[in-house]
Write a protein that binds this ligand. Structure first.
Ligand code: SF4
Length: 101
C-alpha cells in the first residue's frame, strides 16, 4: 500500500494508535493520535483501508473504533445490509467517504 509511505504516523510508535488501559490515559492518548490523523494527507486512504479490512481495533483514518463501527452501521442501515448478508462497501460509499473525515 503505497499510501502508507506518506502516513502522518510513520515516525510515531504504532502503539500510540492502539490506546488501552486507564480511562484518562487512554483518552489523552486517543486525542493525541487523532491530532496526528487530522494533519495526515492520506487520511481518506487510511479510513477506506480500515473499513474495508474490518480493522476493529485502534485508531485508523482519523476515527476511533467506535466511530468506525458507527460509520459501518450507518452504511448497513442505508443499504439494508446485515451481518448475515455481509457488509460490502461500494464505490458509492467510497465516493462519499470524505464526508466522514
Ligand atoms: S490517518 Fe492516522 S492512522 Fe491513518 S495513516 Fe494517517 S496518521 Fe496514520
Amino acid at each position: 500500500m503505497k499510501w502508507r509511505e506518506n502516513a502522518g504516523c510513520i515516525s510515531y510508535d504504532p502503539e500510540l494508535f492502539f490506546p488501552s488501559g486507564g480511562a484518562e490515559g487512554t483518552a489523552k492518548q486517543e486525542m493525541f493520535a487523532l491530532s496526528i490523523c487530522r494533519d495526515c494527507t492520506v487520511v481518506l486512504h487510511c479510513l477506506k483501508y480500515a473499513l474495508t479490512a474490518r480493522k476493529e481495533v485502534g485508531i485508523w483514518g482519523g476515527k476511533t473504533e467506535k466511530e468506525r463501527r458507527e460509520i459501518t452501521k450507518e452504511w448497513q442501515k442505508r443499504t439494508g445490509q446485515t451481518k448475515q448478508t455481509g457488509i460490502q462497501f461500494t464505490e458509492e460509499f467510497y465516493s462519499e467517504i470524505s464526508t466522514y473525515v
